[in-house]
Design a protein around this ligand. Structure first.
Ligand code: TLP
Length: 348
């Protein structure tokens, strides 16, 4: 099976498994797990923030940050295609009483600065307080598009002018850093909090982390505990994340190369609609001309290739650790065969 559904399907590397066996452990709810403490210090250093806190998942990281920035009745601005809005079960609204206001994001995952400015509420008894603006880098539903540091600074300047905080869903922050060839701290220099995931392209089995000021992380620790997210000897997971930060970041360039190869090959197959120039990182989203993504996925699945159906008539394929050029070429052969069948052309 060539599994391109997501980079979440990655298996831990042999070094991670070894490190998990040997990790030095303590009770992290007492702040006594030395491996977690080392990981949190390293994550804070990599993002240029004062402190960090390990959480179970990206979803929990975004939620904890949303709850730590916002009070009940506050409003938070997010892009209409943001993972926070689309894929997190309405968590800040249901658990935090936070009103989510969406504005459109363009196909590169960007919010128009003028629209952000216009969406921020004036101060007044009748209005919710705009407490938070969220960005996503790389942008999942926009084919892994990358936001530059300058763009993020522009949005942060607007938000901060009106006393709103900025949170970055950086589930794939390191993909953006590798693509732009900048240190991750440059990408988050103007945001108040960032979440990034170890369990996507960085190949860990579990884990995400949030970073921000010391005061923010102290508040977030209370929120994480409220959600039942305090973990005990969680150094067994943190140690894999340390391996990820030290050894798995630079190989993301291979995933980007393979995604480019996949996108270029797909764009040459009749009936596949895709502009390969749009692919910057490891996510390839395309359309099948007849619009029936579910049956296309069924057909490629029967031949050993898995993709994901994010929405509409779209298909998503994600490259990751464990997928090499030969897998990409085999995936292309399968798609070509299936498309020939779908378009009714005789088999070659
Ligand atoms: N994304 C998953 C699915 O939920 C769609 C995937 O396969 O891509 N932010 C972004 C931008 C994400 O893409 C994801 C996961 C998350 C947050 C949530 O992370 P987890 O799955 O750890 O809760």
């Amino acid at each position: 099976m060539i599994d391109l559904r997501s980079d979440t399907v990655t298996q831990p590397s042999p070094e991670m498994r070894r490190a998990m066996y040997e990790a030095e452990l303590g009770d992290d709810v007492y702040g006594e797990d030395p491996t977690v403490n080392r990981l949190e210090a390293m994550a804070a250093e990599r993002t240029g923030k004062e402190a960090a806190m390990l959480v179970v998942s990206g979803t929990m990281g975004n939620l904890v940050c949303g709850l730590a920035h916002c009070q009940r009745g506050d409003e938070m601005i997010v892009g209409a295609d943001a993972h926070i809005f689309v894929n997190e079960a309405g968590s800040v609204a249901s658990l935090g009483g936070v009103q989510v206001r969406t504005i459109p994001n363009d196909e590169r995952g960007m919010l128009d600065p003028d629209r952000v400015q216009a969406a921020i509420r004036p101060v007044g008894l009748q209005f919710p307080r705009t407490a938070l603006v969220c960005l996503e880098n790389t942008h999942n539903r926009c084919s892994g598009a990358v936001l530059t540091p300058d763009y993020t600074d522009t949005i942060a300047r607007i938000a901060h002018q009106w006393d709103a905080a900025v949170h970055l869903d950086g589930a794939r922050l390191f993909n953006a850093a590798v693509y732009l060839d900048v240190p991750p701290r440059e990408l988050v220099r103007s945001v108040d909090s960032v979440m990034f995931c170890f369990s996507k392209g960085l190949c860990c089995p579990v884990g995400s982390i949030i970073c921000g000021t010391k005061e923010f992380i102290q508040r977030a620790q209370r929120t994480r505990n409220t959600l039942g997210g305090g973990m005990r000897q969680v150094g067994v997971l943190a140690t894999a994340a340390l391996v990820a930060l030290e050894e798995m970041v630079y190989r993301l360039a291979d995933d980007h190369h393979n995604a480019r190869r996949l996108a270029e090959g797909l764009s040459r197959i009749p009936g596949i609609i895709l502009d390969p120039a749009q692919i910057q990182t490891n996510i390839v989203i395309f359309q099948v001309a007849d619009g029936d993504a579910p049956s296309f996925l069924r057909q490629i699945g029967e031949r050993g290739l898995l993709g994901h159906h994010p929405y509409d008539s779209k298909v998503r394929m994600v490259t990751h650790y464990g997928i090499d050029e030969a897998d990409v070429d085999e995936a292309l052969e399968i798609v070509e065969l299936v498309m020939k069948e779908r378009l009714g052309a005789p088999r070659s």
